[in-house]
Design a protein around this ligand. Sequence first.
Ligand SMILES: Cc1cc2nc3c(=O)[nH]c(=O)nc-3n(C[C@H](O)[C@H](O)[C@H](O)COP(=O)(O)OP(=O)(O)OC[C@H]3O[C@@H](n4cnc5c(N)ncnc54)[C@H](O)[C@@H]3O)c2cc1C
Length: 585
Amino acid sequence: MNIIVCIKQVPAKDAPLAIAGNWIKESDIGFEMNEPDSYALEEALRLKEKHGGEVIALSMGPERVKQTIKEALAKGADRGILIADDNFAQLDPLGSAKALASAIKKEKADLVLTGLQSDDHGFGQTGVLLAALLDRPHATIIMAIDVEGDKMKLKRELEAGWFQHLECPLPAVLSIQSGINKVRYATLKGIMAAKKKEIATMTRESFGIQHEPTQKIEKIYVPTKTKKNRIPHWHSERSGNQARRKTQVRSAGALTMKILVITELRQGKWNSASFETLAAAQQIAADTSSTISAAVIGKGVAAFADELGTKNVAEVLQVEHDLLEAYTPDGYCVALSQVIHAGKPDLVLFPHTYQVRDFAPKLAASLGKGMIGDCIGYRHASGKLVFVRQMFQGKTAADVIFQGAAPWFASFQSGAFRADLLVAHPSGKAPVNRIAVTLTPDQIRTKPLDLFKEAKSAVDLTQAPLIVAIGRGIKAPENIPQAEALAKAIGGEIAASRPICDEGWLPMERQIGSSGQTVAPKLYLALGISGAIQHVVGMKGARTIVAINKDPNAPIFEIADYGVVADIFEIMPALTEALEKAKSA
Ligand SMILES: Cc1cc2nc3c(=O)[nH]c(=O)nc-3n(C[C@H](O)[C@H](O)[C@H](O)COP(=O)(O)OP(=O)(O)OC[C@H]3O[C@@H](n4cnc5c(N)ncnc54)[C@H](O)[C@@H]3O)c2cc1C
């Protein structure tokens, strides 16, 4: 089995981020393999060990990236390819994918693997775009791969603890979810062997790619803080300003668009993020004198279409087909590209769900367009829409604009807009138009199978009034009893961020976040948790959030009511002791 695994080199996790315009100063920082890609590499090596063949590590960027390719070779990859490009950081996701796809086309690969997203740009689109450009079936957020002859049985992660099996023919492209395996270290023998392995160097120019950038990062910056909370430094308490981001700053101007909102149903119910995106569309429409169409897709969705019609939209598109009953990326892309061709919207908006990550970049690419994914807000200035998204794992924000002609595609992060601010239709009901799409079974290459949850949860954290949650700051499993002692002293439940459960340090049922439980306790004490959006969506409903983190720029402080910049190993025992004393007093 011949596997190409795409690996990216990114700034090291602890590298200080000095911003310089629309990128960071790279001169004084260290770089490392993008952690999500290391899981894809490990999976490729395991598949090779089981089925034979070769693993090629493919990367793109300046000369320093060879170091990351060498690391992959030392772990067991057979050869490497570098697409040398000093301006890689400025490339849009479609531009990067075109270069990677050109190199992949020169090889005979059965399988292309990528990580789910990069720790720097965080676009999370490469795998899906490669599938579009290589015209291969794909699947994302993959947690298990079983190769059976010329097809694979896959386990794909869905939101809120759900999974799905699916069948996918080979050749294919898969985006691997972090935590799927335990990543190996390079051995000394591997490091020595890597010295003899080949790294071929190519350039983007040599591929003769035609590409007009579809989006541009105008600037990156540390987000402005607008909500006051307290960030006392341990030992020397002081007040400071840390805040929820306030990004929906708008001003009037001349930009009139047809906006199309693609809503999402999940197992026969609304995915509520759909209404947040509809609320975003209503705000953009009000700012720009634009009109909104809202589409609902599936089979037997008339009641959902009627419900959408009660919101303030110009029309509802009811996109129905037998083959759309179960979600498939191929089916959705074929159907929605017809809807877009017919309706000619300028701006297509999606909620940034796991399903949207799986098909929307491909839909945009099939129309020659790019997508600005995972936005947390927008600005409308001088007739231009500026989208705001996070980069460097939430440590910075970025202003991103579309380039080139419409249609433009964007998705909004869960929680970025308030569904309760949705405006109802003035006359009570917008017209519902049934859209007929042409779709045949041969156009759908993956076969969705059963939906399931893993072993039933023994603990119901959703009802817990007090939660002590630990993140990677806890460092090692032997430190967890310190957090458990604190949880006991408070009388609360212990919970964790995903990496802790991936490592098996706590059971999966203790995981908080988009793939775990959603909780709303009176108190959420976050210990050594950075505050990645996938974690925050699971706990932002807590009445009071107290965060302890030694990095003052950790994104968790944006939503914390109280923050302590400190080492958890100083705080945990001191707080436990104080609580025990208070209880016995
Ligand atoms: C599709 C998808 C789904 C996901 N689902 C989830 C999910 O459901 N739940 C979830 O949690 N994540 C999820 N993730 C992963 C998420 O993106 C983050 O990678 C994860 O939440 C990070 O966990 P963390 O904060 O523990 O680790 P890190 O991001 O590594 O942060 C560790 C933090 O600890 C701090 N720290 C280190 N040492 C100390 C110390 N001694 N004292 C104080 N602070 C310290 C550091 O400053 C840092 O901020 C998902 C990702 C994807 C792509």
